[in-house]
Design a protein around this ligand. Sequence first.
Ligand SMILES: [Mn+2]
Length: 329
Amino acid sequence: MDDRFDSLTELVKGHRVIIQTHDFPDPDAIATACGLHELLKWRGIDSQICYYGRIEKTNTKMAAGILDIPIYNADELTDVTADDYVITVDGQKDNSNFTDLKGTEVACIDHHPYVTTYRYNFLKHRIVGACASLITEWIMENEMPVSTELATLLLYGIKMDTRNFSAGVTHCDIKAFDFLIEKADMSQIHRLENSSLDLSDLRAYGAAIENIAIYDSVGFANIPFECPDGLIAAVSEFILSLASVRVSIVYANRSGGLKFSVRSESSRINAGRLLHNALKDIGNGGGHATMAGGIVYPEFLRQFNDRHQRETIIRNRLMQAYRVMMEDE
Ligand SMILES: [Mn+2]
């Protein structure tokens, strides 16, 4: 299948087009969706952007406001029918973070490991640092004029998903950076980068710091209340910044289950595989080599009355999976 932008426009022309990001979108998902919206508009194709969940973090909300494009909560789009064409961005249909929208998924633009068995009519998929880099590639190939605002948003999305060009960076991301850096408003990016914490976020950091435990080079921390995915991930990054921690595992309550965020700076530990192996049968998990997410199902947790007992079992499973991977090399 060819992944040229022209092929996508051929496919969607004459249909109502909806761009769906993953649930609880992050800056990369927002940037990708807005970039695609602008590309389509440039070719005379109208589209609407939507997501399920919420836009949770302050900096993501700020990013979503950079361009004057409405971004809908999917619940607001009550008139979607099966005839409408959906393009999923920064994720794939049937991913656990992709609530099904009523329309027909015809195309996917994504940079995560390809796991869905769903057959799209069109696919632009490569493992690169950020999905926004794939959109920037299309902008460059098609020589679309780029506004300062769009360049700023795309570059911010790429910086966020590559942890400032330090994780999962590919040639594609570097080329996007090279193209966007001259066009973006760097002072606005600086402002976004320094608006990542809400006062309420500090509660989660505080709770995690209270109970952090380190085994070998694995740092565990629990946030003992419900909190947004992005915040769990941010706390996980924070724990990883400890010199003695090479793999951080942070988890929080999630509708009766436990939500996990894992970060790895060890070349021997693939975070996605670690979570996948450890949570088999009791939940599910997966993701990239350096960052991963997962969940332990409420059904598993309900077998135990004692919170510490169940958490010990889960930590042991994770440490077991960790040791197996360390010995594998
Ligand atoms: Mn992404």
